[in-house]
Design a protein around this ligand. Structure first.
Ligand code: SF4
Ligand code: SF4
Length: 81
């Protein structure tokens, strides 16, 4: 089972430019209906399962308002012999 990737948005840091939405090759992101405190619509992951973790959204964001976290499986520790 793969861990997958999680899109994290720093909600009030976003200025709603949409660069991250436009650059995503997997059509993961879209504008949220909600406004942040600055009056912008930040992105949300509308199709989170499609994210491949390329981090283009993270790299292009001028405001460091979006990043990707990799979900890892918790490994069962090997017993000490
Ligand atoms: S990491 Fe890549 S695939 Fe995932 S949301 Fe960002 S641009 Fe899209
Ligand atoms: S690129 Fe950054 S500032 Fe622009 S919409 Fe995406 S998260 Fe917001």
């Amino acid at each position: 089972m793969s861990g997958g990737f999680e899109v994290k948005v720093l909600w009030d840091r976003c200025k709603g430019c949409g660069f991250c939405i436009d650059i995503c090759p997997r059509d993961v992101l879209d504008f949220s209906d909600a406004l942040n405190r600055r009056g912008y619509h930040p992105p949300i992951a509308k199709q989170p399962h499609r994210c491949v973790g390329c981090r283009l959204c993270e790299v292009i964001c001028p405001d460091f308002a979006i990043y990707i976290e990799e979900r890892r499986e918790v490994e069962t520790p090997h017993p000490q012999i």
